[in-house]
Design a protein around this ligand. Structure first.
Ligand code: BGP
Length: 488
């Protein structure tokens, strides 16, 4: 017994912020970039019908045709982002001013391989990320790169219906090898796929699959996931060859599941919800499918197409850390139509003990401590909380200020629970708050759902100066980092 109680954040704790290419870059058709699946996420008036529409990110084949044929009739906010493509120097300087140790960003696959099918990468696309990494290096900020964050070349959807096709595995491996060869000296931390478990929720966003083109959407989601598992494992293997010092992780959206009552049937349902969520890291950390899925697949009529070599590929491509996002918990109960997935945002059961965000997401910092403990107990691998934050409407005052005590409160409470989990013995590598600069919301394509410490002057329709302003939370987070999580 030589363990001692860890009461503070480790000295090398990676504080920072997180983004994704399709939500910040803009320049969707510049310098040879091809169309990406996320360029087709049209803005829908969230107030039409009197209900906030949280889900504008599943595109079907009819919509896709319409968007391609009549692009002028729609707004596609992810095409313009916040113009990070041209303003990255200014933005990185602001991250540096806050004292960031790490910045999470993703690489747009369609910038590197415009259709995904080319033999040679697009040099201009590669050069853009070189410039970004060099800029980060000036300030000693480590990049944390997500290789696939909710987008892919649109051609791969049109030609193969996305990840339901096995063809994508080789195309992704080619993309991965190009990235590793090019950036091996600049990037130490990598994540293969963002929130892979969300394939079960939004099959277009994560896997580029048009749901109306498959017979059984749930089966297709698992088939697409199977192909992504293989692609991820092959990428891990390539990473170990090309850059043995690098750290490479998987990622899920961790939504803590509570049973509605102490009734054993409800408790069992919560366990099942956990299993469906943990299925993803179970495969990627342990290198094989967990036994509980055999029964699940049999009972839900899910038949996966696999090949004999798949088991070996999975076994050889296990990750070395587990990244996850955490925004909320949800409540589940035993009933025939109970959400099949833990990551179901539209859980109809309210948790009477929790407050909701303006977008009805339950705020549950203690749930984060539970999640951290659960994940660590299960895998005994380092964890990285790579997304967490509050989407809220902010007001820019006449003197150029943004008073956002609600955001400080949310993040502060989550940091307190992270610290508790560290005392519980959890190994946590770092924390990157989501949308450290205001960006286009993933689920709603809105600009007004803001997460940042930095305000960006732009509205939902793309009007505004794009000027950046420091919010109150900017100064607060700067102090948190400077004190290594002591001044909260
Ligand atoms: C995660 C995604 C992010 C993101 C965040 C907040 O699921 O990885 O891309 O945007 O959720 O979601 P939203 O933008 O819908 O509020």
């Amino acid at each position: 017994m030589n363990q001692s109680l860890q009461t503070t954040f480790p000295k090398d704790f990676l504080w920072g912020g997180a983004t994704a290419a399709n939500q910040i870059e803009g320049a969707y058709d510049k310098d040879g970039k091809g169309l990406s699946t996320s360029d087709m996420a049209a803005y829908k008036d969230p107030y039409a019908g009197g209900k906030v529409d949280n889900f504008t990110f599943n595109v079907n084949s009819v919509e896709l045709e319409e968007y391609l044929n009549h692009p002028d009739k729609y707004l596609f906010p992810k095409r313009w982002g916040i113009d990070f493509y041209h303003r990255y120097k200014e933005d990185i300087a602001l991250f540096a001013e806050m004292g960031y140790k790490v910045f999470r960003l993703s690489i747009s696959w369609a910038r590197i391989f415009p259709t995904g099918l080319e033999d040679k990468p697009n040099e201009a696309g590669l050069a853009f990320y070189d410039k970004v990494f060099d800029e980060l290096a000036k300030y000693d900020i480590e990049p944390l790169v997500t290789m696939s964050h909710y987008e892919m070349p649109l051609t791969l959807t049109q030609k193969y219906n996305g990840w339901v096709s096995r063809e994508l595995i080789g195309l992704f491996e080619k993309f991965a090898r190009v990235l590793f060869e090019r950036y091996k000296d600049k990037v130490k931390y990598w994540i293969t796929f963002n929130e892979m478990n969300m394939n079960l929720n939004s099959i277009y966003t994560g896997a580029g699959v048009l749901a109306d083109k498959v017979d059984n959407v749930e089966e297709a989601a698992y088939q697409a996931s199977h192909h992504q598992f293989l692609a991820s494992a092959l990428a891990v293997k390539a990473a170990r060859e090309i850059m043995p010092e690098a750290h490479i992780g998987c990622m899920i959206n961790q939504i803590e599941s509570y049973a509605r009552t102490t009734k054993p049937e409800d408790q069992l349902q919560a366990l099942k919800a956990d299993q469906i969520n943990m299925f993803y890291p179970d495969v990627q950390v342990r290198g094989k499918y967990p036994n509980y899925m055999v029964r699940y697949f049999a009972e839900n009529n899910i038949n996966l197409e696999t090949k004999p070599e798949d088991a070996k590929i999975l076994a050889e491509g296990t990750v070395d850390f587990i990244a996850f996002s955490y925004y909320m918990s949800h409540v589940t109960e035993a009933r025939p139509d109970a959400a099949k997935i833990a990551g179901s945002f539209d859980s109809p059961i309210k948790n009477e003990y929790l407050e909701l965000s303006q977008w009805d997401w339950p705020i549950d910092p203690i749930g984060l401590r539970i999640s951290l403990n659960k994940l660590y107990d299960r895998y005994q691998k380092p964890l990285f909380l790579v997304e967490n934050g509050l989407g809220a409407r902010d007001e820019l005052t006449e003197d150029g200020k943004i008073h956002d005590p609600y955001r400080i409160d949310y993040i502060k409470k989550h940091i307190i629970e992270m610290k508790e989990a560290i005392q519980d013995g959890v190994e946590l590598m770092g924390y990157t708050t989501w949308g450290c600069i205001d960006l286009i919301s993933c689920g709603t394509s809105q600009m007004s759902k803001r997460y940042g410490f930095i305000y960006v002057d732009q509205d939902d329709k793309g009007n505004g100066s794009l000027e950046r302003y420091r919010k109150d939370s900017f100064y607060w987070y700067k102090d948190v980092i400077a004190s290594n999580g002591e001044n909260l």
